[in-house]
Design a protein around this ligand. Structure first.
Ligand SMILES: C[S@@+](CC[C@H](N)C(=O)[O-])C[C@H]1O[C@@H](n2cnc3c(N)ncnc32)[C@H](O)[C@@H]1O
Length: 193
């Protein structure tokens, strides 16, 4: 019943209103990336995966669909996007997905095992990809968010998995690339010490 929503990106995007659909190509993770990344982040039954900057929840709902034994969480600073994410997850009746409205800087990463990160801060340094004008976007915030994320990743224990998509910033020492899909800008990392 639910499967047909996940048959193509176009189909899944139909769950959202038109203005959200038009942002999909640039801002929401394609299904084939979500499938690969969620498979990697499903390190064990019951794993808790955080999408850092979850937008309208596309990565989280796809992950929750493909990995039923894993709990997916998304943190998103724009309230209206969180509402779209919650609507999509309830239409899909997915029990293993949860959304938090807030800024990632205030979230305790110790509650999670593994992380997904799709270059969420880029609109701070490139005006042409801004989602809207609801929140401040500045180069200073770009630096601040990246520094904060670096410190949070650094504080995670060995065994933590991170999937990055379109990310060029460096990871803290101890994180090793275990798979690099160069052609699709997707990297899988594991903290080894
Ligand atoms: C490129 S979109 C990715 C959406 C989602 N991860 C996906 O793949 O479908 C990045 C999202 O991160 C959010 N974001 C950026 N900085 C944030 C922050 N400091 N705290 C919470 N959300 C943030 C933006 O509002 C935007 O919706």
């Amino acid at each position: 019943m639910r499967d047909h929503w996940f048959s193509t990106d176009t189909q899944l995007t139909l769950l959202y209103p038109k203005p959200i659909q038009s942002l999909a190509r640039l801002h929401w993770t394609p299904l084939h990336i979500a499938k690969l990344a969620s498979g990697f982040l499903a390190s064990h039954y019951g794993a808790r995966v955080l999408d850092i900057g979850s937008g309208v929840g596309k990565f989280c709902v796809a992950g929750a669909h493909f990995q039923r034994g894993v709990q997916f969480f998304g943190i998103e600073q724009r309230k209206h996007l969180v509402r779209h994410a919650e609507t999509a997850s309830s239409l899909l009746a997915l029990p293993n997905v949860h959304f938090i409205h807030g800024n990632l800087t205030e979230l305790d990463f110790a509650q999670f095992d593994n992380f997904y990160f799709f270059n969420s801060f880029y609109e701070n340094i490139n005006d042409t990809v801004k989602i809207d004008d609801d929140i401040p976007c500045t180069p200073q915030l770009y630096k601040f968010y990246n520094r904060t994320l670096y410190r949070k990743f650094d504080g995670m224990p060995a065994g933590t998995r991170v999937a990055t998509y379109h990310v060029l910033e460096r990871m803290p020492p101890g994180y090793c690339v275990v798979e690099d899909y160069i052609d699709i800008f997707l990297k899988f990392w594991v903290k080894i010490k």
